[in-house]
Each structure stands twice: as structure tokens, then as C-alpha cells.
Design a protein around this ligand. Structure first.
Ligand SMILES: Nc1nc2c(c(=O)[nH]1)N[C@H]1C(S)=C(S)[C@@H](COP(=O)(O)OP(=O)(O)OC[C@H]3O[C@@H](n4cnc5c(=O)[nH]c(N)nc54)[C@H](O)[C@@H]3O)O[C@H]1N2
Ligand SMILES: Nc1nc2c(c(=O)[nH]1)N[C@H]1C(S)=C(S)[C@@H](COP(=O)(O)OP(=O)(O)OC[C@H]3O[C@@H](n4cnc5c(=O)[nH]c(N)nc54)[C@H](O)[C@@H]3O)O[C@H]1N2
Ligand code: SF4
Ligand SMILES: [Mo]
Length: 751
């Protein structure tokens, strides 16, 4: 399906009309309203990390427009532009609450903090530090996550620190670390301006990263030779601008990626000079192999064999492999379609394999690039080590030298950080259900809605003998039902702090307005709570988030994450800087692992590329076999259920459901079903359809279209009243521990 220029313009015009507002346009200004002040910040929503200018009048935010100096060049999507009503929603939590006789009632800060502290203290004293836990978010500030992680790991000696990036980015982390030795992408958004082939796999970019999609579409529009390949079992809005849309049996993309490698080698399109010098070939059992061994491994993945497995015609596999390899610069992007899988790490490895095989890496426009979902999963959680197996800046709990280094930096006695990694997300909520976790602190996340197989975990949260403290901005969040104490946070631009988006870019959210009622910045809440639990005040000497930032810079400085040069002063002046950035006069880094571009590589290094995360400086091509999903469809549950997003809503809907324009366009969840399947079952648009999985059942309105392939149904997960996570499965990747939200088996019937 080579799209003609006319078709292309038609579909991008339709897509961008609903997707991006440019020229730093402000709806309020257009209506003639004048602001007193524009304050620089970052969008609250996705990992695109658009810079925003917040328009304040009489101490209130009246409008938001794109920051022309940040990477988004003044563009925002609708969600980003429609923030003001969310800030002033009547559901804002503005005072501390304590549960009494089953009901949350107002309390003073002292009462709420003292009660929380006593519950944590009691749990630690009676059951040890492993009985307390923190569950955070890629939407919390960098300073908040760094601080929470330090309080728990250094102060309370509990490594039970995890967060929603486990549901989101863990497989990308696992992929980068196993392939390159270090987390975070090699390239940057700048590559979009130079790529001649976009390989979009498992990403609905047009709805989930709209401003990046706009850049891709603009690049293609200006250069008709630029090719777009979309690999997704749904014909999404993203697929509508594709030259080739590859639809396949969900999960079989592992085999498709191997088959592409097979074709690339067979057609002699690999870059032998590159991979013979810079790549190690590695069997799945971690035994070292070589190029011949790789060729042998790939014999199981001829296009003909993979056609049978995946449903993709062999000639399509050959075609996309050639486009990928023959383009002058190929940029792959992926997101949850690859990560939320029990083979998520492997899917990440296999995508990077294609870049290492063809040398499409480290050149402008040529790079593997994982899209981050949340605005601060990279900078906030992955970088600061806010997961149960990590310490700050790429250090890991398991390595004694890393623990000792952190003990020195944190000025705590040697060998006092617990050497055992804590609970990852699913293990944490399982432990809560088993009574092993007695006190849990939740920040900027809504697990009673977002966890897979959620009935199991809300039951865990309902246990009478555990204590849950939730820091939450909106009273209608599902998790409120399970909280014993709720603390009111300052929201978004009501406090200052840093977000780090998909491309290693750190940008500052400046404080624009005062928080309402008794809301306080979470950094201050955490410091106060830590002291009351009994953490040594010397460990938390901060007055504000800027103090925490300076410590975090110091902690990262001796590592390849070095961003010593990104001072608070620079962040205030500039609109985002990419690390590594070792000195104050360093401009930031667009391309990693290349001499002369990456400040971590000495100028006189003998080789052009140096993958310094690996001892031998070589990246790894892994031989990852095809393995199916945890729950494949069968005679009893014949359909695949997949879940994901729509452009207008953010996650559990607590924010976007407050914006009338967004709520109106999608007021409730639906089931998207293939038109041929619908016809067979006599299902028409708007009919009620029952979905039943091995966990639960639920009725949705049908949306019949050609988006899903036959045998597949899709349900968006934003609707708290139709909570699809009651039906999803909580199987997870054995390496990354990320759950398989993208595939489970379901029955489908007309009601
Ligand atoms: N509007 C909006 N934007 C968002 C968010 C939001 O809630 N709303 N959330 C943000 C966050 S945190 C995240 S993580 C991102 C998610 O961004 P995306 O990953 O782009 O979004 P999803 O809809 O979760 O899933 C992407 C695609 O994966 C496909 N898929 C399903 N199964 C498979 C498979 O087996 N293989 C492949 N290759 N693809 C498969 C689905 O059909 C779907 O189109 O979006 C971010 N941006
Ligand atoms: N079925 C299915 N489930 C999924 C996914 C999927 O694709 N399918 N995707 C998964 C992914 S990728 C992700 S990232 C997770 C996200 O899952 P969650 O993090 O649980 O979802 P959110 O709705 O973003 O939750 C954020 C919460 O923080 C609150 N909040 C907003 N701002 C602030 C603030 O400034 N301070 C505080 N304290 N609270 C605030 C919001 O009101 C909301 O309740 O969901 C996962 N769940
Ligand atoms: S693309 Fe993402 S970061 Fe940019 S305005 Fe939209 S939601 Fe915000
Ligand atoms: Mo996510």
C-alpha cells in the first residue's frame, strides 16, 4: 500500500486537525484575554515532553501555549492545551483526610502525618523494613522520586521502591541494558528531521505522542521519498500514513523481526564493517557466538515460515526488511506494543538487533528509539533508580561496589544498604495481599485502576490489617477507596521541579501559581514524613526541590549519566537540555556512543563507536527465539483482547475526564471489533457486546471498523466505570517483570 501524496495529505490533515495546535497559539489570547505573566513549564501528560508557557492572570492559570524554544517549537496537542480546567476541578483534594468508621474525613496535617508515620514505624519495628513499601510514578517530579527512593533505601533500609514505569518502561530498560549495557536511548528527537525511514512498531504515535507524530508526518510530507512502516495488529491512525502497514497475529512480531534480519543478511544488506567491529553475537543462553552462528539461528525464520506463524505475507516481510536496510537513515520507534509483553525485553533486543546489523545507529536520523509514555519515567524514575532493583544513575542494588558508592555519597555507614532487591510491582501488590507488606505509600499513581487483573490487587488493598497512605490530587481516583490517609499535593505548576522526557531531555516546570487549600509540594511532604518516621534528619536536609536537584546532580556526576552541567539556573533560562552534559558550557548530547558526539568517550579513543556500558565496548546482537503470549486464544476463549489508549484521554481519566471537550469526544469505554468478525456474529455499531476472560466479564458498546484485524478486539482502559483491567492478565516478563497488558484470550458475544 504505497500511499499517494493526495491520500497522505488527506489523512495527515485529518489527523493533525485533531492533534496539534501550533504557533504557540493560546485559546484565551485569541479571545482577547491578556495574561499578567507567561511562566515556562512542561506539559503534564506524555513522554513527548512538550515545553509549555503557562499564562497566569490574577494568580490563576487561564491558558497554556507551546514553548517556541523547546523541541516542540510551540506545538501542543489538545490534551496539553486544555490543562486549565483540570487545575481548578471541583474534585481537587485540598486538605488531608483520614479514614474514620469507613469514611475519609478532614484532618490536620499533623494528625495525618503522625498517623502515617506511626503506622510505618510500627510496621518496621514489628515486622522489619521489608514490611513497608513505596509505589511511585513516572509522573512524579525527578526530585520527588529521587527523594522517596533515598528515604526508603538509605533511611528505612527497604528496597521496596517501585512504580508504574514497571507497567510501562521496564522492558525498554531491560532491552537497552542487555543490548547496550546502559539504559536510555542513543538518539534524540532531532533524528526525526534526518530519518528517511520510520519503522514504527507497537506504537500508536498519532494518538499517544501526537506532537512527535506531527514531526514525522511533516518530514514525510516535505520529502515524499521518506518511508513509514507501521507494525501493529491494529490499523491505527498512525498506520494511516504508512507506506506499509504490517498487521499480524499479536505477539508474532518477535518472529517478524528475526525474519527481517534473515532477509537483510540474505540480500547482503547488512553492514559487515560495522557489526564485525562493534557487535558481539550472543546466544539466548548467554553463550558467545558469531555471525555464522547468527545466520544459523535465523534459518528458523525464513519469510515463508514466518508467514505461516504471523499471517504476514512473505513478500511483505522481504519488502519491509529491504526498506529498513536500504534507507539512508532508519529510525525505529516503539512503545507499549513491544514493552507490555511477557517477551518485552526480547522484542526490544530484536528491534535493536536490526540497527546493529545494518549500522543504522549513531548517525543523524539512524537510531533505535524507545518512546517513553509518561512525562517523567526516564528522568524521574529510570535515571534516579526509582525501581526495586536499582540505585541512582544506572547503579544496581545487587552490585556491592554500587551500594558502597551510594553509601559514601549518601554519607551512611558502609554495607548498610540492603543487598537484596525489593518487590517489583506485581510482587509488591501480591505481598500486600499476603499480609507481608503492612504499610504502603503511593504517589501520583492510581493502581486500583491501572494494575492488570486488578480484582486480585484491589482485594489486597482492601485488607483490614494493612495501611495505605495515598498522595493524590483528585478525589475521584479509584485508589481513594482503599486509602487510610490521603494527603493533598501541589499539582503540576503549583510547585517547581524537573521532568525528563523520552530523549534524555531535562526541562524545568517553574512554579506559576500557589496551590489551593492546604496542598503542599510532595518534596516537602516526603521530608516531613521521613523525619516523623525517624529517618536521620541529616539524610533529608532539603528546603525545596532545588536542593534535591543539586544532590542528584552530584550523585550522577561520577557516572555516564553525568549531567553536572544542567544547573537549576540553566534550566530556568533554557528550554530543556539533553544529558550527558558534564559542564555548564556543554550544549547537551544528541547522539550517544559516538566519539566526538558523546562526552563520555575520550576524544582520543581509537574507535568511532564505543558502547561503554559493555566491558568490551561492543553492543550485543541477541538470538531471541519466538515465544508466544502467556495466554493464547483457544477454542474456549477464541479472541485476543488488547488494551491501550485514545488520543483524548490520559490513563485512568482522573484529569482528562474533567475537560468538557475531551470528555465529550470519548465519554465511556467501548470495544473495537473487526467488521468481518462483527458481521459473522451479527454485531452492529452500538450493539452491546459481552467480553469474558478467565478473570472477569463486562459489557461494552461495539465500535465496528477495520482497525482491529480479525480475531482481535481492543478496549481503551481509561474508563473507571468499565474497568478493563478486571479482565486483563497479570503474567509478566521474567526479566523486566512488566505485565502483558497487550495480549490475553477472551470470549466475545452479542448481548
Ligand atoms: N492520549 C494518550 N497519550 C498517552 C497516554 C495516554 O494515556 N493517552 N499514555 C502515555 C503512556 S504512559 C504510554 S506508556 C504511551 C503508550 O503509547 P502506545 O504504546 O503508542 O499506546 P497503546 O495504545 O498502549 O499501544 C500501542 C499499540 O500497540 C499495539 N499492539 C498490541 N499488541 C501488539 C503486539 O503484539 N505487537 C505490536 N507490535 N503491537 C501491538 C496496539 O494495537 C496499539 O495500537 O502513551 C503515552 N501517551
Ligand atoms: N489495561 C491497561 N492497563 C494499563 C496500561 C495499558 O496499556 N492497558 N498501561 C500501563 C501504563 S503504560 C502505565 S504508565 C500505567 C499508568 O497508571 P497510573 O499511574 O495508575 O495512572 P494515572 O491515571 O496516570 O494515575 C496518576 C494518578 O495521580 C494523580 N495525580 C495527578 N497529578 C498528580 C500530582 O501532581 N500529584 C499527585 N500526588 N497525584 C497526582 C491522578 O489523579 C491519578 O490518580 O497504567 C498501566 N495500565
Ligand atoms: S504531545 Fe504529549 S507532551 Fe506534547 S502537548 Fe500532547 S500530551 Fe503534552
Ligand atoms: Mo506508560
Amino acid at each position: 500500500m504505497d500511499v499517494t501524496r493526495r491520500e497522505f495529505l488527506k489523512s495527515t490533515a485529518a489527523a493533525s486537525a485533531m492533534m496539534a495546535i501550533g504557533g504557540a497559539f493560546s485559546p484565551a489570547e485569541a479571545k482577547g484575554q491578556k495574561v499578567d505573566q507567561w511562566v515556562k513549564g512542561v506539559c503534564r501528560f506524555c513522554g513527548t515532553g512538550c515545553g509549555v508557557m503557562v499564562g497566569v492572570k490574577d494568580g490563576k492559570v487561564i491558558t497554556v501555549k507551546g514553548d517556541p524554544n523547546n523541541h516542540n517549537q510551540g506545538f501542543l496537542c489538545l490534551k496539553g492545551a486544555l490543562m486549565p480546567p483540570i487545575i481548578y476541578a471541583k474534585e481537587r483534594v485540598t486538605e488531608p483526610l483520614i479514614r474514620k468508621d469507613g469514611k475519609l474525613v478532614p484532618a490536620t496535617w499533623d494528625e495525618a502525618l503522625d498517623l502515617t508515620a506511626s503506622k510505618f514505624r510500627e510496621a518496621i519495628d514489628k515486622h522489619g523494613p521489608e514490611s513497608v513499601a513505596y509505589y511511585g510514578s513516572g509522573q512524579a517530579l525527578t526530585e520527588e522520586t529521587y527523594l522517596a527512593s533515598k528515604i526508603f533505601k538509605a533511611g528505612l533500609k527497604s528496597n521496596n521502591v517501585d512504580g508504574n514505569p514497571r507497567l510501562c518502561m521496564a522492558s525498554a530498560v531491560g532491552g537497552y541494558v542487555t543490548t547496550f549495557g546502559k539504559d536510555e536511548p542513543c538518539g534524540s528527537f532531532d533524528d526525526i528531521e534526518n530519518a528517511t525511514c520510520f519503522f514504527l512498531i507497537g506504537t500508536n504515535t498519532s494518538e499517544c505522542h501526537p506532537v512527535l507524530f506531527k514531526k514525522i508526518a511533516a518530514r514525510k510530507e516535505a520529502n515524499p521519498n521518506v518511508k513509514v512502516i507501521v507494525v501493529d495488529p491494529r490499523k491505527t491512525n498512525t498506520a494511516r500514513i504508512a507506506d506499509v502497514h504490517v498487521s499480524f497475529r499479536p505477539g508474532t512480531d518477535l518472529a517478524i523481526l528475526n525474519s527481517m534480519a534473515y532477509v537483510i543478511i540474505k540480500e547482503e544488506l547488512d553492514d559487515y564493517r560495522f557489526h564485525s567491529k562493534y557487535v558481539t553475537f550472543m546466544g539466548n543462553d548467554k553463550t558467545k557466538s558469531d555471525f555464522e552462528g547468527y545466520k544459523k539461528f535465523l534459518e528458523d525464520y525464513t519469510p515463508e515460515k514466518v508467514e505461516k506463524l504471523s499471517g504476514v505475507p512473505a513478500e511483505t516481510i522481504v519488502k519491509i526488511a529491504k526498506i529498513f536496510a536500504e534507507s539512508s537513515a532508519t529510525m525505529s520507534m516503539w512503545c507499549m506494543g513491544l514493552n507490555q509483553r511477557i517477551r518485552g525485553v526480547w522484542a526490544n533486543n530484536l528491534t535493536s538487533n536490526l540497527h546493529l546489523l545494518t549500522g543504522h545507529i549513531g548517525k543523524p536520523g539512524a537510531t533505535p528509539f524507545s518512546l517513553t509514555g509518561q512525562p517523567n519515567a526516564c528522568g524521574g524514575v529510570r535515571d534516579t533508580g526509582g525501581l526495586s532493583h536499582l540505585l541512582p544513575a544506572g547503579r544496581v542494588i545487587k552490585k556491592q561496589e554500587h551500594r558502597n558508592e551510594m553509601e559514601e555519597l549518601w554519607d551512611i555507614p558502609k554495607d548498610t544498604i540492603n543487598p537484596k532487591p525489593g518487590y517489583h510491582t506485581i510482587a509488591m501488590f501480591t505481598a500486600l495481599g499476603e499480609g507481608k507488606i503492612k504499610a504502603l505509600l503511593l504517589l501520583t499513581t492510581n493502581p486500583a485502576h491501572s494494575l492488570p487483573n486488578v480484582n486480585k490487587y484491589t482485594k489486597a488493598m482492601s485488607r483490614k490489617d494493612n495501611f495505605i497512605c495515598l498522595i493524590e490530587a483528585f478525589s475521584d481516583a479509584e485508589t481513594m477507596k482503599y486509602a487510610d490517609v490521603v494527603l493533598p499535593p501541589a499539582f503540576w505548576c503549583e510547585r517547581e521541579g524537573v521532568f525528563g522526557c523520552s530523549e534524555r531531555r531535562y526541562s524545568l516546570i517553574s512554579k506559576a501559581i500557589e496551590p489551593p487549600g492546604q496542598c503542599r509540594p510532595s518534596v516537602n511532604i516526603l521530608v516531613d514524613l521521613a523525619k516523623r518516621i525517624g529517618v536521620d534528619p541529616k539524610l533529608v536536609p532539603y528546603k525545596n526541590s532545588a536542593d534535591v536537584w543539586d544532590e542528584w546532580r552530584r550523585v550522577a556526576r561520577p557516572t555516564p549519566y553525568n549531567f553536572w552541567g544542567i544547573t537549576r539556573e540553566r534550566l530556568r533560562k533554557e528550554s530543556g537540555i539533553l544529558w550527558p552534559c558534564p559542564t555548564e558550557d556543554h550544549p547537551g548530547t544528541n547522539i550517544r556512543y559516538v566519539r566526538g558526539k558523546d562526552p563520555n568517550i575520550p576524544e582520543d579513543h581509537p574507535d568511532k563507536y564505543h558502547f561503554y556500558g559493555k566491558p568490551d565496548g561492543r553492543a550485543v546482537i541477541w538470538f531471541r527465539p519466538y515465544k508466544g503470549a502467556a495466554e493464547e486464544p483457544d477454542a474456549e476463549y477464541p479472541f485476543v483482547l488488547t488494551t491501550g489508549r485514545v488520543i483524548d484521554h490520559w490513563h485512568t481519566g482522573t484529569m482528562t475526564m474533567k475537560v468538557p471537550e475531551l470528555k465529550r469526544s470519548f465519554s465511556y469505554a467501548f470495544v473495537e471489533i473487526n467488521d468481518q468478525d462483527a458481521k459473522k456474529m451479527g454485531i452492529n455499531n452500538g450493539d452491546k457486546v459481552l467480553l469474558e476472560t478467565r478473570r472477569d466479564k463486562m459489557t461494552f458498546e461495539a465500535k465496528v471498523s477495520d482497525v482491529c484485524r480479525p480475531g482481535l478486539v481492543f478496549v481503551p482502559w481509561y474508563d473507571a466505570k468499565l474497568m478493563i483491567n478486571k479482565l486483563t492478565k497479570d503474567a509478566f516478563d521474567p526479566g523486566s517483570k512488566q505485565p502483558e497488558f497487550k495480549i490475553c484470550a477472551t470470549k466475545v458475544s452479542k448481548v
